[in-house]
Design a protein around this ligand. Sequence first.
Ligand code: NAD
Length: 586
Amino acid sequence: MASAKQQLADWQLQDIEGSSKTSACPRRRGADILRDPHFNKGLAFTLEERLQLGIHGLLPPCILDQNVQVLQVLKNYEMKKDDLDRYIFLAALQDRNEKLFYRVLTSDIERFMPIVYTPTVGLACQQYGLAFRRPRGLFITIHDRGHIATLLKSWPEDDIRAIVITDGERILGLGDLGSYGMGIPVGKLALYTACVGMNPQQCLPVMLDVGTDNKELLKDPLYIGLRQKRVRGQAYDDLLDEFMEAVIERYGQNCLIQFEDFANINAFRLLNKYRNKYCTFNDDIQGTAAVAVAGLLAALRITGNKLSDHKFLFQGAGAAAVGIANLIVMAMKKEEVPQQQALSKIWMVDSKGLIVQGRANLTDEKLQFAHPHPEVRNLDDAVRCLKPTAIIGVSAIGGAFTEQIIKDMASFNKQPIIFALSNPTSKAECTAEQCYQLTKGQAIFASGSPFDPVTMEDGRVLYPGQGNNAYVFPGVALGVVACGVRHIHDEVFLIAAEAIVEKLFEEHLAEGRLYPPLNTIRTVSLAVAVKIAEYAFRNGLASLYPEPEDKESFISSLIYNTDYDEFLIDSYAWPEEASKIQTVKK
Ligand code: NAD
């Protein structure tokens, strides 16, 4: 992987020689350097660099250390009046000075993650037209059919290793946000770098705009997308097929493509269609499954029993629910429970009630969780009849875990498992406070969006687990990309779940946590990447050769460094400037 410094020197050499390897390489000199977020370091450029790069005089004379720049950013950040302002401020920093942006994010990931990701990213997507300053990522529309390869050529980077793509149809629990959904790939990729150190220049956010069925957006004067109803059917599928082929043609077979926030009518279909042909996964199905199963494995350390001792009831039977349920089945099979027996422990309620055998129009994904039982209309009744040990909310129906349901769960379980995973916060099935107070601190709780710690009457402070996919997808991505894994098997996500729980220590469990503290997410993500690399080589799935002996140091060596590069150009590249430097030094 070439560093920014090497690339800069290469490009300048090309300019001097009057030839350019690719037409996408711009001239990087003078004011252009200051406008390019990959290279710009603002007032941190040294005098030598300013002279050599032709930017002397374009900056005030003072030279600041990167740490002082971080303090300056933080002071500004503190003056912002709300989270949307904070989001816009950080996005502007990302557009201006990438290294500083990631330095700030990694300085306190727990503080900044809720701004660049859920819940604030949800708000930002809803107001993307207002928040929009500069485009970030690639916007491909249904009208670009036949030309996607050309669009990809316009992207200025030749070495893309990971793409996050959405069509904006199911953004968090907020529904169809069309092109406003671009905030999600942008936010996810920011976490690729912040949580595990993927090089941001090798990451590409993509919005596939096929229109929107959101009537409000179609009337919104600030809407940035196509003003038409969603195109579906063959034309939609052709667009996706063309995109996948164009990506491997430009970036190679090993380029990772993460699907994000597609509606479930497309999510499963596309995953099944592409999983054995490309290097791809669906985060809503598989990433969510890993993080939820990690939470359940952690819960078992509190309850002291096995997964197969539990009965799970899902509120919601979409991408997240089916993904989690399938991974629970895989984990139970590791406990040597036969498939049918494992399936029989899992129940689901969707918008029409309990999924039972004989109910009309069940999709194949739901059918496997349909058991013989009389019909039950709603979650309250299902909880009372089935007496589950765990309820998992993934329906985007805020408040669905009512006081009665939570109390019922506590009445038939010593330690009920209650996961309110819907995002953003307004869609959570219950709050941490409600869950802990109504069960007198008995519940084992996790949520999708962050909740503050809860102080109980007896003085105990309980830290709700945040079942945040960010524990999973950055580490999975780095492990896969580092080893050149061609196809991503479901087992990868079980390995990720186990790796996360290995980083959860007794002191964390004692505080009620089901996940390692967020401020340790970089260590956790690295551990996930290393476990996946080991799995890939063990099972002949890695295309990287030769196999690195020490996987951890190999993967660590790839991690993006937020320290600024030094731009010192060889004298043969810029003889004129080099002699000036000598003069300055004298
Ligand atoms: P989806 O659209 O695929 O599924 C939603 C499901 O909820 C559908 O099965 C639907 O029938 C069901 N539903 C709708 N109304 C209902 C009702 N009144 N009662 C019961 N079920 C009802 O969406 P998804 O991808 O499964 O995501 C669902 C939610 O989970 C979203 O809020 C999303 O943000 C959240 N989620 C959280 C995480 C996480 O925290 N790590 C990860 C992924 C998804």
